[in-house]
Design a binder for this molecule. Structure first.
Ligand SMILES: [Zn+2]
Length: 512
């Protein structure tokens, strides 16, 4: 054995011993949770049985009480409700565990509100707030089964179906049970823990910044860990260092003042749906690239560590395309992992006239679309909106913000009403930060595969608020299975993901 190789061998051995030392904590947590499966699931199911739509403040309060009680039962300190001072908001919940000697403080974030539900869209027999156990996913022909007797185990492939099961009551429960498991197994967190549970995430986190502003001292920390969203599509745990920003542009184009017979007037009257189709089509070339002037100009280049992480991420594109049932992607040759690191323009909705049973032979009076702009580091949401407006103008449209007046109709050949929604920018933490490295090591200690590291998630979260109001980093460590149907009907969590999530959070609470 030559000297270099010997040194390498010693290093690897040390690394393995270190990893094992970490994993023994994880094994203890695993054993504890397995032995207490029924209690954990019972509490989770009771929690999921409380409706949690942000517009339903009565039930949101019931959820809040449930969580506060769960925190108190675990001897979590300083349990309290956080409100902003000037406005009305649904309660964010707080608790803390200060660890003697700990030099770092981590806030564990999850939200307890869920997306609105349309019960009619849920599979037969499923009711959004009546949790049901299935022996597999519905897509894999899973069937509803009874909860097992207390002397039987839960199969890790089983799933619980209910609104909030993965997004994000699983996050709340993983955090609380991780802490519980650490204490009950006689171990100790290595960091001060702050618990923060939000109630308005699915409603746009409208008051989050005011709550942070109002409680800056209480919420001081070294990092926020956001326990929300799905793990990597490969089934491997992932750490995401940011989220894309988001904003919308609403466009309506107009034809005649009243609907016209499509026989008497076609070839002559303007056709709003065709005008809109052309306008939207002009925003992208045949290769899926946005053609709006300057659209990609502000993008901040990825760091070396980020590029390396993207290269090392397992390829899931072929598997996903098959699962989702399409062959041709919008940007040919660009991997999904890379696609989310580029700003995007997507049509969320289009509407003009009627289709199906209500279809009729008319030339509709208008056509409208909602354009969704996702932003990456470097983009400014308002500037990105302005680029779209400039493009619409360059296509010959007179742009206004209201319904066109008769005077405007008589004057301008092409009119577009453009209204802008609010928005926020992307936010990213550097992968090279010492706290980021500790988080990666902690998550890595729970699995043999290499943790997937993503510079950003494709979706958007207002992570900028933690930076802006608390000067804190925010890193996302998700829990749920990627096929969890979050935000849609038949939301579910695979039990193995829930168990794994508890282990992940426990490892983070004991990070070295
Ligand atoms: Zn969520």
């Amino acid at each position: 054995m030559n000297k270099k190789f010997f040194l390498f061998f010693i290093l690897i051995t040390f690394f393995k011993v270190y990893l094992f030392a970490q994993s023994s904590n994880v094994l203890a947590i695993r054993k504890y949770i397995q032995a207490n499966q029924h209690a954990v699931i019972n509490e989770f199911v009771s929690f999921l049985s409380i409706p949690n739509i942000a517009t339903d403040s009565v039930n949101i309060d019931r959820n809040a009480h449930f969580i506060m009680q769960a925190m108190q039962q675990r001897n979590i300190q300083q349990v309290q409700v956080l409100y902003p001072i000037t406005t009305k908001a649904l309660p964010a919940l707080y608790g803390e565990i200060l660890v003697p000697g700990a030099t770092q403080t981590i806030v564990f974030y999850a939200h307890y509100d869920g997306q609105p539900v349309n019960p009619a869209q849920w599979a037969t027999g499923l009711v959004p707030f009546q949790p049901k156990l299935f022996n597999a996913s519905i897509e894999q022909n899973g069937m509803a089964i009874e909860f097992p007797a207390t002397d039987k185990f839960f199969d890790p492939q089983w799933r619980i179906y209910a609104r909030g099961s993965s997004d994000d009551k699983a996050g709340v429960m993983a955090i609380l049970n991780a802490y519980d498991a650490i204490v009950k197994t006689g171990m100790k967190p290595t960091v001060n823990i702050k618990f923060f549970f939000e109630a308005e995430e699915e409603a746009g986190s409208e008051h989050l910044f005011e709550i942070l502003q109002q409680h800056t001292a209480l919420l001081q920390s070294d990092c926020w860990i956001i326990c929300d969203g799905p793990i990597h599509q490969s089934g491997i745990k992932q750490v995401l260092f940011g989220a894309r920003g988001d904003t919308h542009v609403n466009v309506t184009v107009y034809g005649s003042k009243r609907p016209l017979h499509s026989g008497h007037y076609s070839n002559w009257a303007p056709s709003p749906p065709m005008m809109l189709a052309k306008l939207l089509a002009s925003m992208k070339d045949d290769k899926g690239k946005v053609t709006i002037k300057g659209f990609y100009d502000d993008v901040a280049p990825l760091s070396k560590a980020e590029m390396k992480a993207l290269r090392e991420a397992p390829s899931i594109d072929a598997q996903l395309k098959q699962e989702l049932g399409f062959t041709e992607q919008e940007l040919p040759g660009v991997l999904l992992a890379d696609a989310v690191n580029i700003p995007s323009l997507n049509i969320n909705e289009m509407q003009s006239g009627n289709v199906g049973k209500n279809a009729s032979n008319v030339i509709p009076v208008k056509a409208e679309a909602v354009i969704d702009l996702r932003l990456v580091a470097g983009n400014d949401w308002s500037r990105q909106q302005q680029k779209v407006i400039a493009h619409i103008k360059a296509k010959g449209y007179y742009v206004t913000t209201a319904e066109p007046t008769t005077e405007e109709r008589n004057k301008f050949p092409k009119i577009a009403t453009v209204t802008l929604s609010g928005g926020y920018n992307a936010q990213k933490a550097s992968m090279d930060l010492p706290i980021a490295q500790k988080i990666i090591t902690a998550v890595q200690s729970t699995i043999p595969e290499k943790v997937v590291l993503m510079p950003t998630m494709g979706g958007s979260l207002p992570l900028y608020v933690f930076d802006k109001y608390l000067h804190a980093k925010a890193i996302v460590v998700p829990i749920a299975n990627h096929d969890n149907n979050q935000h849609a009907e038949n939301e579910n969590i695979r039990l193995q993901n829930f168990w794994n999530g508890i282990e992940t959070v426990a490892a983070l609470m004991m990070m070295q």
